[in-house]
Write a protein that binds this ligand. Sequence first.
Ligand SMILES: [Ca+2]
Length: 549
Amino acid sequence: MNQPTRCCGITRCLLILLFSIYAVNSGNTNWGNEAPSPHQAVHSPKPIRHNQLQNRQTSRAQSIKNKVRNQESPQNIIIILADDLAWSDLSCYGHSWHETPNLDQLAESGIRFTQAYASAPICSASRASLLTGKSTARLGFEFVTKNELGTQQIDQATPLQAPPYQLQLELNQLTIAERLEPLGYQSFFAGKWHLNAHHNGYLGWSPTHGPAQQGFQKAIQDFGSHPYGWKKSQPPTIEINGEYPEDSLINQICETLAEQPNGTPTLSVASLYHVHTPVKTTCQWLIRKYDQRVPMDSPAREKRVRYAAFVETLDHHVGQILRTVQQSDRQRETIIIFTSDNGGHPEYTANAPLRGSKWNLYEGGIRVPFIANWPNKIAPGQTSDRPIVGYDLLPTLLDLCKAKPTDLRDPWLDGKSFADTLINHPPKNLSCEDPDRSTSQAEPEHQREMIWHFPYYHPETGYASAIEKIGIDDFKVSKTHPHSAIRVGRHKLIWFPETDSTELYDLDSDPSESINLADTSPSLNQNLRQRLTDYLERVNARLAIAKTK
Ligand SMILES: [Ca+2]
């Protein structure tokens, strides 16, 4: 007797499900009712494959259940990604003249990681890895995007040829937005994408491989007040202390965050252009301020004064985002992640005591600030020296969102969740184990491999005149040769295929990577070299190869 009622119920559910699918696929998923901004890029959605449609139907039906199941999960995830910000640039990481009160406060009320790494020493590769949870070696995406396909041409003879350029993050790679969608999350991306061939100008989003095609329902393309947007003329200078330029990117990010409705889990990625070159500012008061602060004998002083103004401007913009969240009633269920895509620029900032800079795999090129803040869950005032890497973020967020293994449609993730360090656990010191020790004596975490792979030369223009040695705070661009690196516990090995040579460092006793242990610790050297080789072979990594004569 109940059969007709059940049929009606099932039919009604199917109609609701179909309507939900229509709403998603017709692009009717933006929150708020605002008209598209003139800066806003509108892209056609990624073509839907049959199995994707089935997955989406299943995922939509599952999402209501997930929302109930995930009451302990962050309902609001905000990733703020700075560009080229060095590990040492923030006051809370010890910088002596940069003033960064907003980021300091974010760290004080959350957790600050002292051994966090970017996945790569360069923009595009780092971002591709962060969004997918895979290493750049596995992705075959190790450098920056270009205008068109081609191979690297260097202004000096080199023994090896780097792999062909990768122009885009392929659509078959699932991004964090696409992995959170089955859990009911809507996603928003704003700012620097850099994961497609430059379209209609440097860093322009492509209509086929932009954020909209990688799972982000709302996306804003805008240079804001960064000098990229100045075009032909510099905006008026600002003389009044405490005044910053109006920034249309930040304003749109804040408007979008303020409009996000309660009850809808959201992921927002605020990908900021600061502090990438060109390092210019309209704030003359900031120049005067840091001209008073930067010691007169500092190398590259004039650049570092401008850079300090740039860092403080970044902090101001982050503060605008944080205040928007604080003024909403979602703050307690919001996790905010702040990090950088690679190490600091060698001509503008000091990476000391770390060796190297952006564009190489010494610590200065890949060590970055990493702050996590979640009032409901993360205890304030924590510092962790657990080594983490950019490709850990995706599995960590999935872990916090209680994703089931079945939600992970692609098993080939390199990242490892560090959710246990964020929540309910005191900071761990995981860098005290020797990878040569028997595994039975060590926690698995101590044996964890972190991999970086950079089979390219750098710089492409000016290689011949770049300095040979990658040093500490030389304030010069150095020659980068193809190289790959592995860190296990406190040890890090770097392999240079040109000479098939290795360097081995103990990061605990020698964070400046100045004492090469390759010859004095042959067993450890061989162990790590083999593990690196095995990994690169396993993921079919692209290598720099000998040139044919
Ligand atoms: Ca960068």
